[in-house]
Design a protein around this ligand. Structure first.
Ligand SMILES: [Mg+2]
Length: 444
């Protein structure tokens, strides 16, 4: 048995934890640079705000409908996410964190009333973090995901499903008749892994609901769709084809990138930005206990500003041996900037990506002598400074993210607060749970 635990409207719910005045109001969360709506409360959805809709298109709703927009506060969302994941993990022997607000739990070998366990879990997450969640159970991961969809929809839009499935739904605990009714009420496009294209082709073939699909002829489906579709069908019929091991528990790719608040034309600005991103990425690597064998550094102008001088750089630097050392990555990133930066060019975005990620405990073998000599001599990983890195992480966790940082993340010529590349986030809420200075104050 599997469960999928998913926070409802994660980003908006995180904002509401500390700003209860937002409860019941239409709220959207804006992407970096306050460009587009990346999360919507149910009330905002009801106003017709679409996912990824540009802010300027819905801005008028601020005045006419009381729409509230906030800048994304990922530091807050990530912190609440890890708290929520820890709580969920208490209830099952195995957990797979699938995204910032979703985790699968495996209840293999666990007896008892699962729906009751689900309600208890849900109550604990709500009590300890303030986040509302939905919990779905099923004997395959695809069914757990579907059960979660039913639990969430029954809670949000009464009428589609019977109210007893709201918040917690166990598809393994319904009669065949009830299951068919639930499947018949669910459009096939709501199934995990069925995207827009497949949805359109299924609809063309006369398959519009989940019930149509589970009753479809497997052989015919196999001919017209991929093997993935066949797996999905088998999972819906109750045969587990996916396991928690299929999805890697550590990220195989770590990308940190950002569009700048305004164009950056000076070398120091780009160095600051890539140093910061490399530091962030290294921190993420260490968090998941991994090391990386190379780092890709990129910075580019905006392709949308045709009148501007255009330039795009993307360079992968192989490292002598896999590492999680911040200084090594930052050094490599700065090297790329010095080698490729062009003056008088309005750069609009930059980022770094870690490559060849593996667990730090795997045998790493010898130095890579196939790498060109120049890179080998320049970026041979520094002597093992794991202890130093750990100390930096501990200090930053305790005293706030910037307590200890690499010097190049701040150009000597200007205070950190005046970084030219900083993202515009005019509406960001305080980082209540991760910065001492922004901790909420209660007067009693
Ligand atoms: Mg969610």
């Amino acid at each position: 048995m599997f469960a999928l635990v998913d926070a409802n409207n994660m980003y908006v719910s995180c904002e509401r934890v500390f700003q209860p005045r937002l409860v019941g109001k239409p709220v959207v969360v804006l992407s970096s640079n306050d460009g587009a709506c990346i999360a919507r409360s149910n009330e905002a959805k009801a106003l017709g705000v679409q996912m990824a809709q540009p802010w300027f298109q819905v801005r008028h709703l601020e005045r006419t409908a009381g729409l509230v927009a906030v800048s994304a506060n990922f530091e807050l969302y990530n912190d609440l996410s890890s708290r929520m994941m820890e709580i969920a993990a208490r209830y099952a022997p195995e957990q797979l964190i699938y995204s910032i607000d979703e985790s699968f739990l495996s209840f293999a070998g666990v007896g008892g009333n699962l729906a009751a366990i689900g309600r208890e879990l849900r109550a604990a997450v709500l009590r300890e973090t303030g986040l509302p969640t939905s919990v779905g159970f099923g004997c395959t991961m695809t069914l757990a995901k579907l059960a979660n969809h039913i639990a969430k929809t029954a809670d949000r839009k009464p009428g589609i499903y019977p109210a007893r499935y709201a918040q917690v739904c166990n598809l393994a605990d319904v009669s065949g008749e009830q299951r068919d009714a639930l499947f018949a009420a669910t459009p096939v496009g709501d199934i995990w892994g069925v995207g827009r294209k497949i949805n359109a082709r299924l609809t063309e073939a006369g398959i519009t609901t989940v019930l149509d699909l589970v009753r479809a002829d497997a052989a015919a489906l196999r001919q017209n769709f991929t093997v993935v579709m066949e797996k999905t069908l088998r999972e819906l019929r109750g045969t587990a084809c996916l396991s928690m091991d299929d999805a890697p528990s550590t990220k195989k790719q770590i990308l940190v990138s950002r569009s700048f608040g305004k164009a950056v034309t000076d070398r120091a600005g780009i160095i600051e930005a890539v140093s910061e991103f490399a530091s962030r990425a290294a921190e993420k690597l260490r968090q998941q206990g991994s090391v990386a064998g190379n780092i890709t550094v990129f910075f580019l102008t905006s392709p949308f500003r045709r009148g501007d001088r255009q330039h795009a750089v993307q360079v992968t630097v192989p490292l002598g041996r896999p590492t999680a050392d911040t200084a090594t990555f930052v050094q490599a990133a700065i090297h790329v900037v010095h080698a490729h930066f062009r003056a008088d060019t309005p750069y609009a975005k930059a980022g770094v990506m870690m490559g060849d990620i593996c667990g730090k405990d795997l045998p790493q073998g010898e130095l890579d002598f196939s790498a060109p000599l120049s890179t080998r001599s320049e970026f041979k990983a520094a002597p093992d400074r794991a202890g130093l890195m750990q100390t930096i992480d501990v200090l930053n966790r305790r005293f706030g993210r910037d307590a200890v940082h690499i010097g190049s993340t701040t150009a000597a010529s200007r205070p950190r607060s005046l970084r030219s590349w900083a993202t515009r986030q005019d509406r960001r809420s305080p980082r209540y749970t991760t910065r001492w200075a922004e901790m909420p104050v209660v007067r009693a």
